[in-house]
Design a protein around this ligand. Structure first.
Ligand code: VGL
Ligand code: ZN
Length: 203
C-alpha cells in the first residue's frame, strides 16, 4: 500500500486525534460486531496516550441512533439495529482510554438520516465537529476506529475535502467487509483523496 509515512512522527499544536465509533455494538459479540474489532483497543489507547501526554485534543465520535432509525432493516435500511442511544450497545468500549471529560460527538441521531461521517457529528451543545476543528485551529487529524469501510472512510473523505491533512492509523482500524476487500479498497480510496497511512507505532 502506498503513502505510508517513513519515519517516527511527532505530534504538536494543531494536531487532533479522532477516535471513530469504538462502541460495544461494533465489537465482536455486538449487534454489528466488526471482526477483530477488539484488536484496535490497544493501538487506540496508545494513540490516546500520545495525544493526552502532549496536551493535544482527542475527540470521540459515536453512532447514536433512535430506536426506529432508517438504517435498521425493519425500517427499510441494511443494518441490524445497533448503537441505539443510551443502550449498553451504544456505550464506548470499557477498555478504551478516555479522559475524565471527553469530547464526544454523536451522529445518526435523526431517524430519517444516515450519517457515516463524523465531520458533522454534534457535541452535547449541538456544536458540529467541523466547527470545533476550526475554532481549535486544527491542521492535521489522526483517525482510528470502526469501521474502516463506513464511518472512518466517510469521515476521512470529508476531512480531506475540507482541507485537513489526514493520517489514518491502520492498526487502530478494522473493516466490516460486507464484500471481501472493502476495507482495503477503502484505504486505497482514502489514499487517492490524499490521506496518509501510518500505525500507532510510528508515534
Ligand atoms: C457504522 C455501519 C452502520 C460505522 C455505523 O460506524 O462504521 N457502520 N452504522
Ligand atoms: Zn449506524
Amino acid at each position: 500500500m502506498e503513502s505510508k509515512i517513513k519515519q517516527p512522527l511527532s505530534v504538536s499544536q494543531g494536531d487532533l486525534l479522532l477516535v471513530v465509533d469504538v462502541q460495544n455494538d461494533f465489537l465482536p459479540g455486538g449487534a454489528l460486531g466488526v471482526k477483530q474489532g477488539n484488536e484496535i483497543i490497544g493501538p487506540v489507547n496508545r494513540a490516546v496516550q500520545t495525544f493526552i501526554k502532549n496536551r493535544l485534543p482527542v475527540v470521540y465520535s459515536r453512532d447514536w441512533h433512535p430506536p426506529d432509525h432508517s438504517s435498521f432493516q425493519e425500517y427499510g435500511g441494511t443494518w441490524p439495529p445497533h448503537c441505539v442511544r443510551d443502550t449498553k450497545g451504544a456505550a464506548f468500549a470499557a477498555e478504551m482510554m478516555m479522559p475524565e471529560v471527553p469530547l464526544i460527538f454523536s451522529k445518526g441521531i435523526h431517524a430519517e438520516t444516515e450519517q457515516y461521517s463524523a465531520f458533522d457529528a454534534l457535541d452535547a451543545d449541538g456544536k458540529p465537529l467541523r466547527q470545533m476543528l476550526g475554532e481549535l485551529g486544527i491542521k492535521r487529524v489522526f483517525v482510528g476506529g470502526l469501521a474502516t469501510d463506513y464511518c472512518v472512510l466517510n469521515s476521512v473523505i470529508d476531512l480531506l475535502k475540507a482541507g485537513y491533512a489526514v493520517f489514518v492509523l491502520t492498526d487502530a482500524c478494522r473493516a466490516v467487509n460486507v464484500a471481501p476487500g472493502d476495507g482495503e479498497r477503502s484505504l486505497e480510496k482514502m489514499i487517492a483523496e490524499g490521506a496518509q497511512l501510518m500505525t500507532t507505532e510510528d508515534f
